[in-house]
Design a protein around this ligand. Structure first.
Ligand code: FUB
Length: 323
């Protein structure tokens, strides 16, 4: 009997130390389920991730989001918006981009995988809370046209140093930038009177992202095909939010020992620790199913010139890093 009791306590100790170890890093993927195009953002003392629900287009009719205080433990917030709210959505709710302005939270999204002559494109929703519920702000697409060959999807909303909000967007190998009106209900002309500027870098396919580090504009995007293994992320550094964006290098791509189809990312920065993280999706190595995309995180490192070092994909993810 004593032997059994001892064995029980040993097993308990092993289990609890395994649990403690498991809590030390986020693990990859960082939460369960098929979620792609993850947009990470910091609101106050909380990290948030807004991903695409990765499924058949007809089933992509809602968004969930996730929050964390430390990058390791994530909480799921279900159905922060869906097709009951977005009346013009009929499929393919894709790649959300979130931003806070004047105490409100805005969620930009792509809907309907729109082609010429169809209704769909980039929409915008608003909420009082980062976890929603979000309300469709204008009840129709903000951008529904195909301009400069760019499908209106994969928008990223960027607040410049002077407080101006720009939106980079575009699929089908073309990227445009537009200027948002103060209320986010429309786009407004640039100083030269134009509404759209094409800023497509070499090899660009989709998924633009921008951040500022040491005063420089880091513009990033995805290359290759999102349904295949060779999806990847590349970047440029510029002195201006309008480019030119000279392609520097690929920083994230498949690794035969870890995963394929890695791409469509975002970057979050912890101003307290000074660390940067890349949040991206990848397809598990054993899978070739189109929608089997999972959300992962790695620390992002720079060299002494400010260039981004290649990202090493892991199964461990990252350690706790509170804001
Ligand atoms: O998730 C749907 C689409 O997959 C996105 O809009 C693309 O960027 C690709 O990641």
């Amino acid at each position: 009997m004593r032997k059994i009791v001892n064995l029980f306590f040993v097993a308990l100790a092993v289990m609890s130390s395994a649990a403690a170890y498991a809590q030390k890093t986020s693990g990859n993927p960082i939460f369960e389920g098929d979620y792609a195009d993850p947009e990470g953002i910091v609101f106050g003392k909380t990290y948030w991730i807004y991903p695409t629900y990765s499924a058949a287009y007809e089933d992509q009719l809602f968004f969930d989001c996730f929050s964390s205080k430390d990058l390791v433990k994530w909480t799921k917030h279900e159905r922060i918006i869906d097709n009951n709210e977005i009346k013009w959505l009929n499929k393919a709710l894709w790649a959300p981009a979130a931003i806070e302005k004047d105490g409100k939270y805005y969620l930009f999204f792509g809907a309907n995988d729109v082609h010429e002559g169809e209704i769909g494109g980039i929409g915008v929703a608003v909420a009082d809370n980062p976890a929603g519920p979000f309300k469709d702000l204008i009840g129709k697409p903000l951008i529904g046209e195909i301009v400069n060959g760019a499908q209106p999807i994969d928008q990223f909303v960027f607040k410049d140093k002077d407080g101006t909000h720009y939106m980079y967007y575009g699929g089908w190998r073309h990227c445009n930038v537009v200027k948002l009106a103060d209320d986010f209900k429309s786009i407004v002309p640039f100083e030269d009177g134009t509404l759209y500027k094409e800023v497509t870098p070499k090899n660009y396919v989709e998924g633009p992202f921008m951040f500022i580090r040491d005063g420089k504009y880091y513009f990033m995007w995805s290359e290759g095909g999102w349904t295949g293994p060779n999806y990847k992320v590349a970047y440029a550094i510029s002195d201006s939010p309008f480019g030119p964006f000279e392609r520097k290098d690929v920083i994230l791509q498949q690794d035969d020992k870890v995963a394929r189809g890695a791409g469509h990312h975002s970057i979050v920065h912890n101003p307290r620790s000074g660390k940067y993280y890349i949040i991206y999706h990848r397809r598990p190595i054993e899978s070739n199913k189109r929608d089997n995309r999972v959300t992962c995180i790695e620390e992002l490192h720079f060299d002494e010139n400010g260039d981004i070092l290649p990202v090493v994909m892991t199964f461990e993810g990252v350690k706790k890093d509170k804001l």
